[in-house]
Design a protein around this ligand. Structure first.
Ligand SMILES: Nc1ncnc2c1ncn2[C@@H]1O[C@H](COP(=O)(O)OP(=O)(O)OP(=O)(O)O)[C@@H](O)[C@H]1O
Length: 309
């Protein structure tokens, strides 16, 4: 059963359709990427899932029942992109306060905070103030306060921004661990390489509408362009390539990138090279990156450029 079912969700601001008739399912234990260019509607969608906004239309089913923000919010952890910590408050007190808001008793909250502070090597932070932390340190604290109460659904907006590679790895490993233990993670980011690495399933929204929904592999398979890299043990000459089986996209001394033509198989191409007396060292399909797919899909809109880095 999905942890979250979103059916025909719509939210308008004046004449702006921020979210337009979006439906999707998120399965338990999934690491789910919610992607889209600036202004696509991701934050509005997340705000409906977290009970901050009421939808104009549609329904949200959380863990099998109609979403009830007042009670269900205890099972959700949300780390928004604009971080919301109290700068003057001591870190230990703040973590305690936020955990109690999520329904933990003081004793449970204290035990949980100690466990997480140990895990993240933050024991010495208890009496510091948030304003004394670096950007990356407050990011870590915000992550801990988001997941402290063991939420069933964890929503992370750009969780790695401002983190050095060591701390980014630490958080990534925790995301994997929590998903393995049954939590569901919604991960919102513009960083496509992180999505490829971390997410099981992705949805792309653009201009308030869902334009793509599938596993990372399904999406790549759907947008593949029959491109292959072939390397040889001998030198490749122009006479080897005068053939209707494929187009040559790039040629080096002993490798090429080719695009297979319609109606031919990989075996046809391999057989052709063998007949030419070439010895094949490797033959690999080149799948498009998510970055390339997203640029292609949102191309033509000024926001497309953000993926192009
Ligand atoms: N409170 C609001 N009042 C009016 N319009 C809003 C409000 N919040 C969002 N919008 C509009 O709704 C659309 C979707 O915005 P949203 O913040 O959901 O996008 P996003 O995908 O989260 O973008 P980003 O990646 O830049 O954070 C935008 O056109 C935005 O201007």
């Amino acid at each position: 059963m999905p942890i979250l079912q979103i059916n025909n969700l719509t939210k308008n601001f004046a004449t702006q359709k921020a979210v337009n008739n979006i439906s999707l399912n998120i399965e338990k234990g999934q690491i789910f990427g919610l992607l889209g260019p600036n202004g696509a509607g991701k934050t509005t969608l997340i705000r409906m899932i977290t009970g901050i906004f009421y939808p104009d239309q549609g329904e949200i089913i959380f863990d099998g029942k109609p979403f009830d923000p007042i009670n269900d919010i205890a099972y959700i952890g949300y780390m928004p992109e604009e971080r919301g910590l109290y700068k003057k408050m001591k870190i230990g007190e703040q973590a305690l306060y936020l955990a109690q808001l999520k329904g933990l008793s003081k004793a449970d909250a204290t035990a949980k905070i100690k466990e997480w502070f140990n895990r993240f090597d933050m024991q010495s932070w208890w009496n510091k103030k948030v304003e004394d932390l670096s950007k990356g340190m407050s990011q870590k604290l915000q992550f801990v306060t988001t997941v402290l109460h063991n939420p069933k659904l964890i929503i992370l907006d750009e969780p790695f921004s401002g983190l050095d590679p060591v701390n980014a790895n630490l958080i990534r490993d925790e995301i994997y661990r929590m998903a393995k233990e049954g939590a569901t993670i919604i991960f919102s980011t513009h960083r496509m390489e992180q999505v490829e690495e971390i997410c099981d399933h992705i949805v792309l929204v653009n201009k308030g509408e869902k334009i793509l929904d599938g596993t990372v592999n399904q999406v790549k398979q759907e947008f593949k362009e029959n491109l292959f890299k072939v390397t040889f043990n001998n030198e490749l000459l122009a006479e080897h390539l005068a053939i209707h089986l494929f187009e040559v996209k790039e040629k080096k001394n002993n490798s090429i990138i080719l695009q297979r033509n319609e109606g031919f198989s990989n075996n046809d191409i391999i057989q052709y090279f063998i007949n030419k007396g070439l010895s094949i060292e490797s033959f690999n399909e080149i799948l498009p990156s998510l970055n390339q797919i997203f640029i292609k899909l949102v191309e033509g809109t000024p926001t497309a450029r953000q993926f192009n880095n």
